[in-house]
Design a protein around this ligand. Structure first.
Ligand SMILES: [Zn+2]
Length: 508
């Protein structure tokens, strides 16, 4: 099979020109459209399917690539349309194709091409013998679960540090497929990667013996590796623990040194759930997790786990506060012209005052009507390192009847914060729209601190809007959100008495 893909570009061009002459004006009618499915540039590896579709006349003999037959679909499968052809080719080891369009032909007597066309998208067959590697770049590289997209982007599996080595085994459109481990893949956007020349070694590593230490701010886990391997983390509850999978790593960890100064990490250990997945398991001492961050120092994986604030009360707490949208990013606009960016800033400023009155320190992502990208807000907060973050938005729906308040969180460990605020804001008399989990919003994606998004009310609903634009109601909202945070802190203390005592003991 390999040989048929080795034709030079010149030959392909010639073929098109010749068939164009031969078919003359009939070409258009014989092939109305011909494209790969999905109709986007692709890299495929052995075992992947190249799928194609052609629309032409019924009863033709149609081929793709070089002579592979396409099947005409019965009208029952095409809502009555005739002349729709499909074809599939499963890529085999040794196949080569270098970013080429796919050739389609309509044949007569199996030999004479009556018409031909090329797909607009280009296809590359990857050689497993020359692995395609890449390095993550920038501070916000991330992995996606799949190719899905909506207004929030694809569902994110998590962020990665820069210069992490990834083994790419495919591409669809603007995302590469990454092989993490046996039977585990993820997808990564092109713009957070730098491609390396094909043919590098697929990165693997033995793990060194690791250590756990406490400094003045964090409990730190240091796992020595031979390369910056990809990882994913999950913050789990009941019991509260952080689980980090390192892909391509195999244990040669013969001990875990636990030094003085640990205040949050409990009985740490590791597992090797499959030969190429090394799992770091970090039980926490408190029921409520306060965040963590993962990065590399050289090729040593570093996991920094935050401790609870010294006192679980607003006084002395540092709170990140994000007024959604701003500047050229107006957000939702009501029929009457109320703008989300104006309302979020008004509510956030009142909330800032409320929190400061209670003794908290408030760090805002914007204090005026300026444009700030969500990525910049995430990086700013990562740097400012607040104890928790609140993002203030105003909701909107295509249906004017939809109304009410709602809160959003991404990680289940941060649900109590969102829930406490939800319950408090409902005291204003706003209807309840819900407390929403697994929310794939940039500012909910931060693992560094508990965070919640508050969609105060629907600007698209007349009753909600009337309240949202009323400064007295904005003030009420600010007070209730403040109360919600206070309730969360109280609840946190109540949920972890044993952990809390441990924490106090460590401090004394
Ligand atoms: Zn918004």
């Amino acid at each position: 099979m390999a040989s048929i893909f080795s034709g030079r570009r010149l030959r392909w061009l010639l073929l098109v020109l010749l068939s164009g002459f031969a078919a003359g004006s009939r070409a258009q009618a014989l092939i109305e459209s011909a494209e790969t499915v999905p109709a986007t540039n692709q890299w495929l590896g052995p075992g992947d399917r190249l799928q194609v579709r052609l629309k032409g006349r019924p009863g033709q003999r149609v081929t793709f690539l070089k002579g592979l037959p396409m099947t005409e679909l019965p009208p029952a499968l095409t809502k009555g349309q005739r002349g729709i052809y499909q074809g599939t080719y499963v890529v085999r080891p040794g196949d080569t194709l270098q970013n080429r369009p796919i050739l389609f032909q309509v044949l007569r007597n199996d030999t004479v091409a009556l018409a031909s066309a090329f797909s607009r998208s280009k296809v590359r067959f990857l050689s497993p013998d020359a692995p395609q590697l890449a390095l993550t770049k920038g501070q916000l590289a991330y992995l996606n679960y799949g190719l899905g997209e909506d207004r929030l982007g694809g569902a994110k599996l998590g962020y990665l540090d820069s210069a992490v080595v990834l083994h790419l085994t495919g591409m669809v459109g603007t995302q590469y497929r990454v092989r993490l481990a046996d039977n585990q893949v993820a997808w990564v956007p092109q713009d957070v990667l730098r491609l390396l020349p094909a043919g590098g070694f697929v990165p693997t590593s033995l793990t060194g013996s690791w250590s756990v230490t406490g400094d003045s701010l964090y409990d730190n886990v240091l796992v020595p590796l031979e390369a910056r391997l990809p990882y994913r983390s999950q913050l789990l509850t009941n019991p509260t623990r952080l689980v980090v999978d390192v892909f391509g790593a195999t244990s040669n960890t013969n001990w875990i040194t636990q030094r003085d100064g640990l205040r949050e990490l409990g009985d740490v250990y590791y597992e090797q759930p499959q030969p190429d997945v090394f799992r770091v398991v970090l039980p926490l001492r408190h029921a409520q997790a306060w965040g963590y961050r993962i990065d590399y120092r050289g090729t040593t994986l570093r996991i920094r786990v935050k401790r609870p604030p010294a006192k679980l009360r607003l006084r002395g707490l540092t709170i990140g506060l994000d007024a959604g949208h701003g500047g050229t990013n107006v957000g939702a606009t009501s029929a009457k012209g109320s703008q989300e960016k104006v309302l979020t800033l008004a509510i956030a400023q009142k909330l800032k005052q409320e929190l400061e009155k209670a003794g908290a320190r408030v760090l805002m992502t914007r204090e005026t009507d300026v444009t700030v990208e969500n990525g910049s807000r995430v990086l700013l907060m990562r740097q400012l390192n607040p104890d928790l973050l609140l993002s203030i938005h105003v909701n909107s729906s295509g249906s004017a009847a939809v109304q009410g308040t709602s809160t959003y969180y991404r990680y289940v460990a941060y649900r109590p914060l969102a829930l406490a605020i939800y319950n408090a804001v409902r005291q204003t008399g706003l209807k309840g729209f819900g407390n929403v989990g697994s929310f794939n919003f940039n500012l909910n994606g931060a693992t560094e601190y508990p965070n919640a998004l508050v969609e105060t009310a629907f600007v698209s609903n007349a009753e909600d809007e009337k309240r949202l634009i009323d400064p007295a109601f904005q003030q009420q909202l600010a007070e209730r959100i403040r109360e919600g945070v206070a309730e969360f802190l109280k609840g946190t203390q109540a949920r972890g008495p044993k952990g809390w005592l441990l924490h106090q003991a460590a401090e004394n």
